[in-house]
Design a protein around this ligand. Structure first.
Ligand SMILES: [Zn+2]
Length: 91
């Protein structure tokens, strides 16, 4: 317990929930601005307080699935786990 992974909360990193930290986090929490695994995201979304807060604040659920390619467009950063994309040039 208490050990934090370096990629905790990062896109496709480890789930931001400290007691989870499952790899491949691809659900974005609009409140904490961090990424969670699907089960934690749905758990957060199911909370009545979170649901009410998110609908009033964002007009949608607190956690939403990551839009493929969205963050790459927004930040210009290269996805770390997408080496296969660069291999798709002319063969
Ligand atoms: Zn999780």
């Amino acid at each position: 317990m208490g050990e934090l992974k370096p990629d905790k909360g990062h896109e496709l990193g480890s789930c931001n929930r400290t007691c989870c930290q499952r790899p491949g986090a691809d659900w974005f929490n609009h409140s904490t601005q961090a990424y969670y695994c699907r089960s934690c995201a749905e758990w957060l979304n199911s909370d009545p307080f979170n649901r009410d807060y998110a609908q009033r604040t964002y007009g949608h659920d607190l956690c939403t699935p990551r839009q493929p390619g969205a963050s790459e467009r927004a930040t210009g950063s290269r996805p770390r786990w997408r080496g296969d994309l660069q291999a798709k040039g002319p063969v």
